[in-house]
Ligand binder design. Structure first.
Ligand code: SF4
Length: 176
């Protein structure tokens, strides 16, 4: 059976994404690596929600060691206007590395279900990393299933975030 490691940004984006790749015939494993979520207490709340979902849907979840917030800021400092591409690369590179170590055939990300993310960039960065590791980056435009995914997690009453993740997005979200 083909296997895929899916980078999970949050439980609410993971719910349908995991189901989708299972329906495509993949054995799905999940990775939590999100040093872009600030502050740390917010990161922990989203991680707890992800752990609850993983238990509920019998999803093997690997939590990356450490928080790596310094690596995140080193990547984006001075490039705040294009920060998302650095943020995507940091998270997808870790996912590709872990997938390779774990012997997965492919990797992907739950960010592909979000209408708020830049799909062309995700596709470009994922494909580039996949070529470097001689692996496959699974791309699917799941944006039409964004609200379905949120309906799936509603009965679980999990914590729901109000902004993308970084302090910049929190600031923009609350001042717009
Ligand atoms: S807005 Fe979201 S994707 Fe962009 S840098 Fe911040 S956390 Fe990362």
């Amino acid at each position: 059976m083909k296997s895929v490691l899916i980078h999970c940004c949050c439980a609410h984006c993971a719910a349908y994404s995991v189901q989708h790749w299972r329906e495509q015939g993949y054995e799905v494993g999940a990775l939590w690596y999100n040093p872009n979520i600030h502050p740390y207490t917010e990161h922990q709340r989203r991680l707890e929600a992800m752990k609850s979902l993983a238990l509920e849907v019998n999803l093997p979840l690997t939590v990356s060691e450490g928080y790596d917030i310094i690596a995140y800021f080193r990547q984006v400092a001075g490039h705040e206007g294009e920060r998302c591409q650095h943020c995507f690369r940091l998270r997808l590179a870790k996912t590709a590395e872990k997938a390779h170590q774990m012997g997965s055939h492919a990797f992907t990300t739950t960010l592909l279900i979000s209408p708020h993310q830049k799909h062309d960039l995700l596709k470009e960065i994922g494909s580039q990393l996949a070529r470097e590791k001689d692996m496959e980056f699974l791309y699917a435009d799941l944006r039409k299933r964004y609200s379905d995914s949120r309906h799936m997690t509603k009965p679980l009453d999990l914590y729901r975030q109000q902004y993308c993740g970084c302090v910049y997005s929190e600031w923009e979200g609350y001042t717009k």
